[in-house]
Design a binder for this molecule. Sequence first.
Ligand code: ASP
Length: 345
Amino acid sequence: MDLARPKILIIYTGGTIGMIENPVTHALQPFDFTHLIDNVPKIKMLDYEIHNIQFNPPIDSAAMGPSHWSDMAAAIEDNYDNFDGFVVLHGTDTMAFTASALSFMLENLHKPVIITGSQLPIGEVRTDGEENLITALQVAASRDKNGDPMVQEVAILFENYLWRGNRSTKMSADNFNAFKSNNYPPLAKIGLDIHFNEDVLYRVPSKRPLKVRYNMDPNVMFIDLYPGIPEGTLRYLLHTPDLKGIVLKTFGAGNGPMESWFTGAIREAVERGIVILNVTQCVNGGVHSTLYDTGNGLARAGVVSGHDITSEAAITKMMYLFGMGLQAETVKKYLCYSLCGEVTI
Ligand code: ASP
């Protein structure tokens, strides 16, 4: 591969970045990718060999699901040996889910997969899309002092920061700095220069070939606790047909209601073989099951601590583990490990 001239593949999936206003309805609609390149003539100033493929049709990221993640993973696998890096253009709404899912699906990844999008369509005067796209391309082309890719993981590039994909959350529906990783430092700070925080970049322990896991099992769900949740509601949710795993979004450091029916219902679900992962509702910090009686009760009922994992990473990690056909006990075991930098254990 020509080291002097990076070769980058852009995978355009849709989202605001590629949208245009329908002149009749004034609603934003996806438009053809060729217009995107027309709208960013600066791309040509980068001395990169850039190729692109696009979803047909491009979609709003609210419509994304496991089959779309598979399409992205397949595009990366098919082109893996021929490109130095990949830039995925994606809507912001579910970007953190896609980034988390891809981080698990693309096992042994050691090339950059940089996901970006924008808050304003690329055709608008004040768009953030142009800067995000250009910077994402530069990040994807960056190399370390050994000539290896600087970023060897799935990351989200947005405005002033590069974040680890499976640590990211969409924090704002309005701000240009829309993403944040609340429990992990930025991989890079984007200012006058792109300043990589090399100590926190992920490195695959061994250089095995890329292995893509396409099967994501959707039989998982979130249960978001709130004060006053009725017993009947919780029990109803716990009996969802075909359910294999639950990400239980709890209060503070991993706490739930004190009533005995609550831990009783949870214990009964665990005994039926449902895997339950305790994830805090707080945007920052994590689960410390032994801190309070209420959290302790959940741990004693067989609920696994999610530590500081994000909800997005938690649910996609479960889909990935069940997708491999693993049994509940093995899934629980892997939930206690960091597979690709998604959790601090
Ligand atoms: N609804 C859009 C999407 O996620 C919003 C965006 O791109 O920012 O696809």
